[in-house]
Design a protein around this ligand. Structure first.
Ligand code: PLP
Length: 395
């Protein structure tokens, strides 16, 4: 097909040219005496993106799922009781992993479209006088449903009950895109991956931990090898890794952190909010709804659009791909066929969002959904032209 193809899935996201160029280098010796010139400053830059001032980061040659596992194995012990909630495919999978590893999971199920039930968490924490919960888990941005939860409110619930549980956060589709404050929220383990807000190919599991997580690590009883913090620290302190690192991805990460920090995290967050608000204006103009059940949960990195009941969202996605060379995100598991997702995170601007909306509109019309041509794109244009760039738009 002539022209560029377009990628509007919620990860992997579009890779900036500067990042691609930085990775286009000959293979390098990961034991060279100057390897630490790349990695030691890189660890510090990555910490800045998490707003982690007093902890440290680990860069595993894995994906986000590996960093989920690293967080559990290195800070908890088999049989530990933990508090989790499940309201989408990724929160579901983290619960599944925790159970398969042998944690005693107290899980609160919420309808898909809702987020972390902060009040229910607070109640359980208040009732836990024996301080049995070793950790509380939060999926910050549920990518399957386009729902963002309030991590700060969970920290508040822990503080109000003076509960010592670790705070474990999945920031795979939030860090580097929407407000995240590891130090302020005292997040003990924050899991991320390279292919979303970090604007890289998949291949790095990024884990940012607090100094309290390092203390917990000394008591943690899970066996671990590949993901071992000890092994990582022993090598990372000198700029090296216990095994072959993904050197090209580290080169790319170095530049993607530069790009994020040069733009400024607040500006990056405001850009994501502005672009997401444009997408939401379009969805509204189409007369469709988001999967996110309430405004407070609407994600600024991904929108899951609910299609009319008589339509299969997979047809919309297939049409966008085959006729218009554009990838939209599919519905996962329970919402398969019911939603399509527009990923609006990473290296993205208004023109790209308008393209995503125009293609979604064409694919929906082709799939038999009654949409006024141009209605969504028009609403987004109206939104973008009324809201000066760089300012946080009214929702
Ligand atoms: N958590 C969330 C919120 C995700 O969106 C994803 C992937 O999309 C994962 C975890 C799993 O990450 P990975 O696919 O990099 O293993």
């Amino acid at each position: 097909m002539a022209g560029y193809n377009h990628l509007f899935i919620p990860g992997p996201t579009n890779v900036p040219e500067r990042v691609r160029m930085a990775m286009n280098v000959p293979m390098q010796d990961m034991r060279a005496p100057d390897f630490g010139d790349l990695t030691i400053p890189l660890f510090e830059k990555v910490k800045q993106v998490f707003r982690n001032e007093t902890g440290r980061v680990f860069l595993y040659p894995s994906s986000g799922t590996g960093a989920w596992e690293a967080a559990i194995q290195n800070t908890l012990s088999p049989g530990d009781k933990v508090l989790m909630s499940r309201f989408g495919q990724f929160s579901h999978l983290w619960v599944d992993m925790a159970r398969r590893l042998g944690l005693d999971v107290d899980v609160i199920d919420r309808p898909w479209g809702e987020g972390v039930p902060v009040e229910a968490y607070a109640e359980r924490l208040r009732a836990d006088r024996a301080r049995e919960y070793a950790a509380v888990f939060v999926t910050h941005n549920e990518t399957a449903t386009g729902v963002t939860s309030d991590v700060g409110a969970v920290r508040k619930a822990l503080d109000e009950t003076d509960h010592p549980a670790l705070l474990m956060v999945d920031g795979v589709s939030s860090v580097g895109s929407i407000p995240f404050d590891q130090e302020g929220w005292r997040v003990d383990c924050c899991v991320s991956g390279s292919q979303k807000g970090f604007m890289l190919p998949a291949g790095l599991g990024i884990l940012s931990i607090s100094k309290w997580a390092l203390d917990a690590h000394k008591r943690a009883g899970f066996p671990r090898t590949f993901f071992s913090f000890e092994d990582m620290m022993a090598h990372n302190d000198n700029g090296y890794f216990p095994y072959t690192p993904a050197t090209q991805l580290l080169r790319g990460l170095d530049v993607s952190c530069d790009i994020l920090l040069e733009e400024g995290l607040e500006t990056v967050w405001a850009r994501h909010h502005r672009l997401a608000s444009g997408v939401r204006a379009a969805i509204d103009a189409w007369g469709l709804k988001l999967c996110a059940a309430e405004e407070k949960w609407q994600s600024d990195t991904v929108s899951a659009v609910v299609v009319p009941e008589e339509v299969d969202a997979r047809d919309v996605i297939a049409r966008a791909y085959t006729a218009y060379d554009t990838s939209l995100g599919t519905g996962l598991s329970k919402v398969m066929g019911k939603v399509f997702r527009i990923g609006h995170l990473g290296w993205l601007n208004e023109g790209m969002v308008n393209t995503a909306l125009a293609v979604a509109e064409m694919a929906m019309i082709d799939s038999g959904i009654a949409i006024e041509p141009g209605s969504g794109v028009g609403a987004a244009i109206d939104h973008f032209t009324r809201t000066p760039a760089g300012k946080i738009a009214e929702a």
